[in-house]
Ligand binder design. Structure first.
Ligand code: HEC
Length: 110
């Protein structure tokens, strides 16, 4: 019985940190789905149609780089509020990089 408890304890100790790591290492796609896709499905914009995350629209306003997109994700722009707090520190860079990659690929990679 005691041995079982020790084994169980060891298993829990092994499994818990692994779960924690996977929860922390959220990638750009997950962040986008969670915080952006509601208004920008597939890189579009359901509120202001001309303000999509597609290369053509981003270029028009000089937002065609990952830094500009990250800044908007954090601070917002015009009618869009900022998501810095919701995203968590540093994650605006992760999501900005991901959005920029999608824009360059015309949002064909999901
Ligand atoms: C509640 C709806 C909403 C959410 C959620 C949202 N946005 Fe926006 N976004 C907008 C609106 C509306 C605009 C147009 C703002 C304006 O110019 O008035 C916009 C504009 C943008 C632009 C500029 C696009 C252009 O062509 O000018 C970028 C980049 C952007 N959003 C990125 C993001 C990212 C990244 C996220 C997630 C962290 C996000 N948005 C979440 C509504 C939203």
């Amino acid at each position: 019985m005691r041995a079982l408890l020790i084994v169980a304890g060891l298993l829990i100790a092994l499994v818990l940190p692994a779960q924690r790591v996977s929860a922390l290492s959220t990638d750009g796609a997950q962040l986008f789905d969670l915080h952006c896709a509601g208004c920008h499905p597939n890189g579009g914009n359901i509120i202001r149609r001309g303000r999509s995350l597609k290369l053509k629209d981003l270029s028009k306003r000089g937002l065609d780089n990952p830094e500009a997109i990250a800044t908007i994700a954090r601070e917002g722009i015009g009618q869009m509020s900022g998501y810095g707090d919701a995203l968590g520190e540093g994650n605006e860079i992760v999501v900005g990089d991901w959005v920029w990659l999608q824009a360059q690929n015309a949002w064909t990679q999901g």
